[in-house]
Write a protein that binds this ligand. Structure first.
Ligand code: KIV
Ligand code: ZN
Length: 382
């Protein structure tokens, strides 16, 4: 099995489904270019039949973005698929992403179909899509809650019908990492023609396990990950691109897989998407949060100042951050204060430094963070 993991970015489709988010065409184009520069392999640009805006988005990105696969989402319906093919027409590498639910819940309550009807509908959709483009991805919505034997039957049939990528979405974020890994591994081991397709992880974050599930899927043999910048998406969101990519990068010893992502652009793209969508990134967010490389306690600051790797497993420059940050608070120690004063151009004999340190602690008890202006005032007092 190849060690290359394909990054399928769905910020502009599943990500834009975040309640309260709307991107105009110019913003989508800016984000699209940034994602191509970042090195994503597949960019899901929208759901063409859903609105004229989505059609335009898929069509324009198909014209403008080169060196990347452009994907359009459809339901397993002829009209959806034909409209998607039309929108994707100018793309260098077009992909149709079609499919339908496979769980009993979705079949009974949403689709009102039997298992056999669902399977036949999926096969018909794949055949039509393959008559229009060479690259067809099939999604089995709500796979995380589906009966395993039915999932195996669907996968075998849609691969035989021409699907090249099989998406196994944990649509409701229900799975645990072990279950999701078993699901992917089970499909690969039990479906006779599984070697003819790439398997894809698509995990939602309802229980906060999207990243863990996605990575477990990679361990189970998936070689495509469906992700969004900052993990934005429906309800609690999708799997965060930056988390999966950095986990594969930092834990190369464990996953033994690579991506094409230019990691040093991650922070810049994260900020751009946050600004354009209005979705604020929490300070303690992994990889791209404002506090991700900031150290506030004396014990940690002392360690990091002696050797960064004592408390940091990611070199901040690897994601485009300038450096680790030493934040001065009431928990900071002498080492941190001395370091910051030195950066500001101050050095003091030990007795004078002790006086400044005492004064610093008093200010720190009043404020969440002691900033450079506070320090300048402290050292000016005699
Ligand atoms: O979560 C999901 O199941 C989806 C599919 C439409 C791929 O987003
Ligand atoms: Zn989704």
């Amino acid at each position: 099995m190849s060690d290359r993991v394909y990054v399928f970015d769905t910020t502009l489709r599943d990500g834009e489904q975040s309640p309260g988010v709307h991107l105009d065409m110019a913003q989508k184009l800016t984000i699209g270019h940034a994602l191509v520069d970042l090195g994503v392999d597949i960019l899901e640009a929208g759901f063409p039949i859903s609105s004229p805006g989505d059609f335009e988005s898929v069509n324009t990105l198909s014209k403008e973005l080169k060196g990347v696969t452009i994907c359009g989402l459809t339901r397993a319906r002829a009209k959806d698929i034909e409209v998607a093919a039309e929108a994707l027409q100018p793309a260098e590498r077009p992909r149709i992403h079609t499919g339908l639910g496979v769980s009993k819940n979705h079949l009974e309550h949403k689709l009102r179909m039997t298992e056999d009807e669902g399977l036949e509908t999926g096969v018909k959709a794949v055949k039509l899509a393959r008559s229009l483009v060479n690259d067809v991805e099939y999604f089995m919505e709500d796979s995380g809650r589906a009966e395993r034997d039915y999932v195996y039957r669907v996968v075998e049939a849609v691969i035989a019908a021409g699907a090249t990528v099989i998406n196994v979405p944990d649509t409701t974020g229900f799975s645990t990492p072990q279950e999701y890994r078993d699901l992917i591994q089970g499909i690969i081991e039990n479906v006779p023609n599984s070697d003819k397709a790439v398997f894809s992880c698509h995990c939602h974050n309802d229980l906060g396990m999207a990243t863990a599930n996605c990575l477990a899927g990679v361990r189970g043999g998936a070689r495509q990950v469906e992700v969004t910048i900052n993990g934005i998406g429906e309800r609690a969101g999708n799997t965060a691109l930056e988390e999966v990519v950095m986990a594969l990068n930092v834990r190369q010893d464990y996953y033994a897989c690579t991506t094409r992502i230019q990691t040093q652009k991650l922070l810049e793209v994260s900020r751009m998407v946050s600004e354009m969508t209005g979705m604020v990134v929490q300070r303690n967010k992994a990889v791209v949060g404002a506090n991700a490389y900031a150290h506030s306690s004396g014990i940690h600051q002392d360690g990091v100042l002696k050797e960064r790797s004592t408390y940091e497993i990611i070199d901040p420059t690897l994601v485009g951050a300038l450096r680790s940050e030493i934040v001065l608070t009431a928990r900071s120690g002498r080492h941190g204060l001395k370091h910051r004063l030195f950066q500001l151009g101050y050095e003091f004999p030990s007795e004078r430094f002790e006086t400044i340190y005492e004064a610093f602690l008093k200010v720190a008890d009043q404020k969440s963070e002691v900033d450079d202006e506070d320090l300048r005032q402290l050292v000016s007092v005699r």
